[in-house]
Design a protein around this ligand. Sequence first.
Ligand code: SF4
Length: 274
Amino acid sequence: MPATSRIPLDDLRADCSRCFGLCCVVLPFTRSSDFALTKAAGQPCPNLAADHRCGIHARLKDKGFTGCTVYECLGAGQKLSQHTFGGRDWRAHPELRPLMTEVYPRMRHLHELLWHLHHAAALPGAAPVRGRIERMLTELDDLTRQDAGTLLQADLPALHAAAADLLRTAGRLERRRHNPKPRDHQRADLTGRDLRGADLKAADLRGALLIGADLTRADLRHADLLGADLRATVLDGADLSSALFLTQPQLNAARGDTATRIPTDLTRPSHWTP
Ligand code: SF4
């Protein structure tokens, strides 16, 4: 799988030790159940310590910052810190902060597309479009290594549309290998639904709202979960071991237990119950 070996997965996971706490600076918050304060984009969070680490990391939930426990930059933070801005941090170079604030969401977007394309390239069913996926991976990976000005000028909506088309096709081809008549819940509002033990094998759940839904012991193998909203979704004992296009922030937002089966390249959230 040449495409999957070209971009190490670790480059698409947050490495806070190589980042200048960018997500804690560039992202805006609104005071809510997820954030205990309101801050504007580009304004450093008052909890951010001088070493660019969170000063309340071990007490985020107790302090009302649940939203921070869910977020994951997918490697965009360290790419910007070390590559785009060449190790120049926003404290020593405050003049760079507005540019960092502008570029960060674009890098995060590109890294999310890279994560999904990386996995799409590895799907056996995606063979008919693998060449296109690999070319797109190369194009986007090269773009993330350009300077800030080039990143700002890139036509992100067009790139997103092209990548989304490939992911949709790869997902459909792969799902058909496992279930000729999979359930179609694309963009369905399944908020709060009782789906305990549901057979959702190879289902299309792209963009579905599963907020607070109970998917205890559900079969989600090969289901396409791209963009599905899994906030407070109960995944106890569910099988997501081969779910398609699942990300760490989605898992972080859900609830699960030790019986929940997850893809090997994702991490079981520490807040899940034993
Ligand atoms: S509370 Fe901590 S993790 Fe959340 S934005 Fe502030 S410094 Fe970052």
